[in-house]
Design a protein around this ligand. Structure first.
Ligand code: NAD
Length: 349
């Protein structure tokens, strides 16, 4: 039986990955390590909490002593590392937390894995999950490929870029067995409502303004989270050691067009007259260092591992809206805590 550690499994993407691994690989023993920060929510994985091959461990990846002891006790064969501070706006007000979790936390995990694998790296794998934001911003043309130079612009992307460099450096220096992926923006069920799509779904339900940064022309490539989980599964099992794969939705949208599409779907779902939700759009002061455009060339993972997204954006968005409308209690619970105060402060002006 393989012992697999998944970090950040109570968060958005991590919860989908944990669910997939627990359900699809009964022969694996899955350990979910999460500090349960504001973004971690055990309600996200309530359906698998009593599975026989699943164990939840509450703990902080910044605590090196704790991480070393955990690895020594369990002797994991593989690690899927998703725990992170993940919200760009928060990184602008508190960069140091991002350095601690994303950089130091990652190096702690690398050290612990290196310590227990040092005598035999055969069959071992450390999978670092990262973002396309490390590549910086694109102009109107071009796509990020696996060889695009890193050029991070926000404290969040700088911390993720740094952690990616450490992972590669451990590969080069210690022949440490790793794979790395850089993925575009995810959306879907269990997404914390500080991120654009769930924030706007929640605000439309509540008839609150929809804060759109700048002129709304920022362009992002969107991927349905369950398709990301499938890609992660493929890379973990079939990705080439010491290799990097870009993962994306082949699905670029300017923010303002995305918001209008979402408003249209929400008007239909809520039985409101077409155009009702669009009236809630409110342009707000731009985020400093805001990247104009991200777009991923995901042809390598497509050609080498046969992965491609399974749903169109319209299908994925409809699934997402249906999920939020069917899970209003989840949304109420999550928005009633610390996040409500943060939101008021962030969008007070
Ligand atoms: P998230 O913020 O929803 O979840 C992060 C999880 O990590 C939470 O459960 C949180 O409690 C946990 N965590 C935070 N600090 C921790 C610490 N010090 N110790 C242990 N656990 C800690 O994030 P997400 O959106 O699910 O992103 C997961 C990973 O995927 C991140 O590494 C992120 O950079 C990457 N990523 C995200 C996206 C996206 O669109 N969301 C896109 C590409 C890559």
């Amino acid at each position: 039986m393989k012992k697999i550690l998944i970090t950040g499994g109570a968060g958005f993407i991590g919860s989908h990955v944990v669910r997939r691994f627990v359900n699809n690989y009964p022969e694996y023993q899955i350990y979910n390590l999460d500090a349960l920060t504001y973004a971690g929510n055990l309600e996200n994985i309530v359906d698998i909490e009593s599975a026989p091959n699943y164990t939840f461990v509450k703990g902080d990846i910044v605590d090196a002593g704790f991480i070393d002891a955990l690895f020594t006790e369990h002797q994991f064969d593989g690690v899927l590392h998703l725990a992170a501070e993940s919200h760009v706006d928060r990184s602008i007000t508190d960069p140091l937390s991002f350095v601690k979790t994303n950089v130091i936390g990652t190096v702690n995990l690398l050290n612990a894995a290196k310590m227990i694998w040092k005598d035999n790296m055969q069959g071992k794998r450390f999978y670092h999950i990262s973002t396309d934001e490390v590549y910086g911003s694109l102009g109107a043309e071009g796509l990020f490929t696996e060889t695009t130079a890193y050029d991070p612009n926000s404290p969040y992307s700088a911390s993720k870029a740094s952690s990616d460099h450490f992972v590669r450096a451990y590969g080069e220096t210690y022949d440490f067995p790793y794979v790395l992926t850089n993925c575009s923006n995810n959306y879907g069920p269990f997404h914390f409502p500080e991120k654009l799509i769930p924030l706007f779904i929640n605000n439309i339900i509540q008839n609150k303004p929809l804060p759109v940064y700048g002129d709304g022309k920022y362009t992002r490539d969107w991927l349905f989270v369950e398709d990301h989980a499938v890609a992660i599964d493929l890379v973990f099992h079939n990705g080439v050691n010491h290799d990097t794969y870009n993962i994306g939705g082949f699905n670029e949208w300017q923010n303002i067009d995305l918001v209008k599409l979402l408003c249209k779907i929400m008007d239909e779902k809520l039985g409101r007259t077409t155009g009702t939700s669009e009236k809630l759009i409110a342009y707000v002061k731009d985020r400093p260092g805001h990247d104009l455009r991200y777009a991923i060339d995901a042809s390598k993972i497509n050609k080498e591992l046969g992965w491609k997204p399974s749903v169109t954006f319209e299908q994925g968005l409809e699934k997402t809206v249906n999920w939020y409308l069917a899970n209003e209690t989840w949304l109420k619970n999550i928005t009633s805590g610390e996040y409500a105060t943060y939101y008021e402060k962030q969008y007070a002006n």
